[in-house]
Design a protein around this ligand. Structure first.
Ligand SMILES: [Zn+2]
Length: 252
């Protein structure tokens, strides 16, 4: 079964086995290794799950990058502190333009104060947009007017990575790179390697069929031990995917 904590651990073990280095997004931007994986986590909701993935990584002595939203379902002080204490990177998962309903001045003001807030936990140097599928506003549009590479921010994964070189793998839609349900979480790339499941991904890694540079983007709220909540997430996401598939088509 996919999206279980055991499978996540197995995936990391396979990567370790194949000599991938693990870098936080911050370190990857500063000084990328030749064979490397970045574990990017968008903490959209159920932030407690982030600590589960964080512990698995810590126990295997690897580090991930955790992007928190400002909303209560993501922004839990205790969770953020725990993630920092385990040695992971914390970044800001911004959605200020959408929240300010397109008011750029207000959005940028909020962005700056939210960034300051997250910096009370960790010296944040990277930010990453929240896709906000339900909102017509693309949160990245704020950078048409402002520049994020100010006040200590060095990178945004949607702008500062060459995805022809780095293979981007995301669990958006509770699948792997499933284009039909992805509204904004996609990148320009020449790499075309379909991934059917986490087992398939692990097979590809074992057979050296994936590139040397990977960003694996996961949403911790989908990942559980197999049980009631795992099934709830499975069912809810299947419903959401129908809606998102319609949105993706309708917005083309
Ligand atoms: Zn998000």
């Amino acid at each position: 079964m996919d999206f279980t904590l055991n499978k996540y651990k197995e995936l990391l073990e396979v990567l370790i086995d194949k000599n991938y280095n693990f870098q936080t997004f911050e370190k990857f931007i500063q000084n990328p290794k030749d064979k490397v994986v970045v574990l990017r986590h968008d903490v959209d909701r159920r932030s407690i799950n982030a600590t589960w993935l964080g512990k698995i990584e810590r126990d295997l002595k690897v580090k991930g990058s955790y992007y928190f939203r400002i909303v209560p379902e993501s922004n839990d002080k205790n969770v953020i502190k725990e993630i920092v204490s385990m040695g992971h990177e914390v970044g800001y998962h911004y959605e200020d333009l959408g929240m300010a309903k397109g008011n750029f001045e207000k959005a940028y003001e909020n962005y700056q104060s939210n960034l300051e807030y997250f910096r009370t936990f960790y010296p944040v140097t990277t930010v990453c947009m929240h896709g906000s599928p339900e909102n017509r506003i693309d949160n990245r549009e704020i950078w048409k007017k402002y520049n994020y590479k100010e006040n200590g921010i060095i990178a945004e994964p949607y702008f500062d990575v060459d995805y022809d070189e780095v293979f981007y793998i995301t669990d958006t839609g509770r699948a792997w790179n499933k284009k039909s349900v992805i509204i904004r979480d996609k990148v320009q790339t020449k790499i075309n390697i379909p991934i059917n499941s986490i087992d398939h991904m692990m097979d590809l890694i074992k057979q050296d069929k994936l590139p040397n540079k990977l960003i694996i983007s996961t949403h911790p709220h989908r990942w559980f031990n197999v049980g009631g909540l795992w099934f709830v997430e499975l069912i809810m996401q299947n419903i959401k995917n129908i809606v998102k598939a319609i949105l993706v088509r309708y917005r083309k």
